[in-house]
Design a protein around this ligand. Structure first.
Ligand code: FAD
Length: 400
């Protein structure tokens, strides 16, 4: 009988691993379980705030994975993983056996970290950190904001999905405000002392949005020793540990994160909240027959990005095919690239190459990758174009 690999979650990690498994070994039966009938990409979802893309254009169907690679897609949610029996139970009641399980369910939120903020309140004050209806709601709130109003973005602590994401979001909102509400302001409150691509973001903000002047559209404040711990819904106010109060017209709280519920519930996470894995095979440290990839897994120093999820998925597929065919596992390398738009004409990026060390941990290859510092004329315009191309090719590479 054919080996059966079941993939939990059809995001960038799940789609890529399913496709790659079928490309490497068409004798393997591959099933993706995913509750949504189509996927909305988080990458490029910030561009919605600058009217550069529509939600429709962010949506991807699973049809190509079925048609081109004969991946089975089950539109359902995994309710329970019975790892001792190598079986999963779906919300619909169906049970499915697996030879190997690949867990790629993405993230969840630490709802206990900000008093007054939970999954229900997030439907009013959206985090919009899982692209979809909340992203549109946040856009509507920005559109409806009074002239001269304040948008507050509460950035999350490390590690979290998409390190440059909150700052690209601020950039795209500032681009819109500059045209439609130029006296408005975006205030970023950050529990970190510094952030991804900070120098490049700040240079771009200074160029387009008056950053560093009294009339800046964007302000960034580090609250490293005094993080936001409370929300008062009625007054739209967030409150810090020391009792400082920040009131806004639009509140975008991006909470601290951890692996998705199904990973926590199956006891595949450690005290960090993420799933520890053997990087060479992405096997869970707690279960040899379960592999974890994408944002849910601990692959640090590789950041939690869609590009990295795609890279982890390819290495995982190679390892799973080797294990199913009693071959040895090759030593992988991983890649990451993250582009951000500061404005439609101004792109910035960071890239990294990662390797497996002799002690089986992951480290960045020194001298490879880095941040796109350049003063060459036309470079930022070109990087903005690369950002759009990189997004398209990542979606194509993962889902088509
Ligand atoms: P996800 O994409 O979240 O997919 C997980 C899937 O699992 C979901 O579809 C979910 O429905 C499903 N699932 C969950 N639980 C279950 C269950 N119990 N049963 C079945 N299915 C389940 N990355 C980049 O590389 N470039 C960018 O420019 C970029 N921009 C971003 C901008 C924003 C605003 C945000 C929020 C993120 C951005 N990212 C970017 C990061 C990127 O979105 C994530 O790193 C990526 O989505 C991780 O992929 P994943 O497959 O691990 O998780």
């Amino acid at each position: 009988t054919k080996a059966h690999v079941v993939v939990v979650g059809g995001g960038f990690a799940g789609a890529t691993v399913a496709k790659t498994l079928r490309l490497l070994d068409s004798a393997i039966k591959v099933t993706i379980i995913e509750p949504k009938s189509y996927y909305i990409t988080c990458p490029a979802s910030n561009w919605l705030f600058a009217d550069l893309i529509t939600q429709q254009q962010l949506s991807v169907s699973y049809q190509a994975l079925k048609d081109n690679y004969a991946v089975d897609i089950l539109t359902d949610r995994v309710a329970v993983i019975e790892s001792a029996r190598r079986r999963i139970c779906l919300a619909s009641g169906q049970q499915i056996s697996y030879d190997r399980l690949i867990l790629s369910p993405g993230i969840s939120f630490r709802w206990d970290s900000i008093a007054g903020y939970d999954a229900q309140v997030a439907e009013i004050f959206p985090h919009a950190w899982q692209a979809g209806p909340q992203t549109q709601l946040l856009q509507q709130q920005m559109h409806a904001m009074p002239k001269g109003g304040v948008i507050l973005i509460a950035a999350p602590p490390d590690p979290y999905r998409c390190p440059p994401g909150p700052y690209e979001r601020a950039s795209m909102m500032a681009y819109w405000l500059k045209q439609h509400n130029p006296r408005g302001k975006i205030i970023i409150l950050d529990p970190k002392r510094s952030f991804s691509k900070q120098a490049l973001f700040e240079a771009g903000w200074a160029k387009y949005y008056g950053y560093g002047t009294a009339n800046s559209l964007i302000e960034w404040h580090s609250l490293a020793d005094n993080p936001i711990t409370q929300l008062d819904v009625a007054s739209r106010t967030v409150i810090s540990d020391f009792g400082d109060r920040f009131t806004a017209d639009v509140l975008n709280i991006i909470p601290p994160q951890l692996a998705a519920d199904i990973a926590v519930q199956t006891e595949l996470t450690d005290e960090s909240g993420w799933c520890p894995v053997r990087p060479e095979s992405s096997q869970s440290l707690f279960d040899d027959f379960i592999h974890v990839i994408g944002d849910a897994a601990h692959f640090a120093p590789i950041p939690k990005s869609a590009f990295a999820a795609n890279s982890e998925a390819k290495a995982c597929a190679l390892a799973v095919v080797a294990l199913l065919n009693d071959k040895s596992i090759a030593s992988p390398n991983w890649l990451n690239t993250c582009y951000s738009l500061v404005s439609p004409e101004h792109g910035i990026s960071v890239a990294g190459v990662y390797k497996l060390d002799a002690d089986k941990t992951v480290s960045a290859v020194v001298g490879a990758g880095g941040v796109s510092h350049s003063s060459v004329a036309g470079y930022r315009l070109q990087e903005a174009e690369y950002a759009r191309i990189a997004y398209r090719s990542l979606v194509n590479n993962s889902f088509f």
